[in-house]
Ligand binder design. Structure first.
Ligand code: SF4
Length: 314
């Protein structure tokens, strides 16, 4: 069953990381912070259709009015209130305490590598690994829910099992691995950033096995079922709450519908696939660059089971 609907409100695109895969691209310099009054109007406009709220950006904790924004959302009845963050501000215990006092109920920090070398190269922000992991320890001390996000890229694909091990050591119980969406900066740096889906399969299998051992609920986004054989339950798409996104200009968009209709795509292999009805397919930029040869539909895979080999000649 899907969780209750939620609103995803971007408070501004300023960020102290410069991730090589950032889907927001140049927006970071177009709208560093949406004014407080405007954000309140946006919160008011969707509060009757949703209860849950995700505050995101950019980096929402950099907004000078973030505490007032959270407190106003809490007063309007939003709950849970999740802060989707690069996690660096969480390294300051007083900052977390203030966010929680204002009404934040959970945090979703980004962990993109198991070492500073891998994570900081992806965020292009020295010491971001140190700060994010310190922040996660601080949140764990407060006993608050943490749902991590890891963007799967060329540089960290083989590191996925190590990332899961790190998350286990930090007390994380819910983690998402999201295949890079090749838009924004990720589109500009496509060759450097986007791995082949086929190369994700084995590291993901090892990460999945480890997560099961450590008691971490692991999910994946943006990876079609044909790359999740034997681990299809990882696909998170049918569990993502119905999400209303308010974009930069303040326009409302049904992200759930946009993702299926415009974000993802299906190709020729999908027409003969047993999973077609429930599979959203890959981000459309992926087959636009690499084609559909990697995608092996489910129906074709089962056919050879029924082929009886020719009797040996005597
Ligand atoms: S072949 Fe197409 S429909 Fe089937 S699992 Fe792959 S992406 Fe989905």
């Amino acid at each position: 069953m899907r969780p209750l609907p939620r609103a995803d409100i971007k408070v501004g695109f300023a960020c102290n990381n410069r991730c090589v895969f950032c889907a927001q691209g140049d927006k970071r310099s177009e709208a560093t912070a949406i004014p407080f009054e405007e954000l309140i109007a946006r919160l008011e406009s969707v509060k009757d259709q949703t209860r849950g709220l995700v505050l995101t950006g950019g980096e929402p904790t950099l907004h000078k009015d973030i505490l007032r924004i959270i407190a106003s959302a809490a007063a309007m009845g939003y709950r849970p209130i999740q802060i989707q963050t690069n996690g660096r501000m969480m390294s300051y215990p007083k900052a977390i305490e203030a966010l929680v006092r204002a009404g934040a109920t959970e945090f979703s920090p980004s962990v993109h590598g198991s070492t500073a070398e891998i994570h900081d190269a992806l965020t292009r922000a020295p010491r971001s690994f140190e700060q994010t992991t310190a922040g996660m320890r601080n949140v764990a001390k407060l006993g608050l829910p943490v749902v991590t996000n890891t963007v799967i890229t060329k540089s960290n694909v083989t590191d996925l099992p190590n990332i899961v091990a790190l998350l286990g050591s930090l007390g994380v119980r819910d983690a998402q691995l999201a295949f890079v969406h090749p838009v924004g900066t990720a589109e500009t740096l496509f060759d450097e950033v986007v791995p082949r889906l086929a190369d994700v399969v084995e590291p993901l299998r090892a990460a999945h096995a480890l997560a099961q051992k450590l008691g971490i609920r692991l999910v994946c986004e943006g990876i079609p079922y044909c790359f999740l054989r034997g681990m299809e339950s990882l696909a998170v798409e049918d569990q993502i709450p119905h999400t209303t996104v308010i974009d930069l200009a303040g326009a409302r968009a049904d992200y759930s519908e946009w993702r299926v209709v415009e974000g993802k795509s299906h190709g020729e292999p999908c027409t003969q696939c047993a999973r077609r009805a429930t599979c959203e397919g890959p981000w459309r930029e992926y087959p636009a660059a690499f084609g559909w040869a990697e995608f092996i539909p489910f129906a074709l895979e089962s056919a050879p089971d029924f082929v009886i080999s020719s009797p040996k000649e005597t």
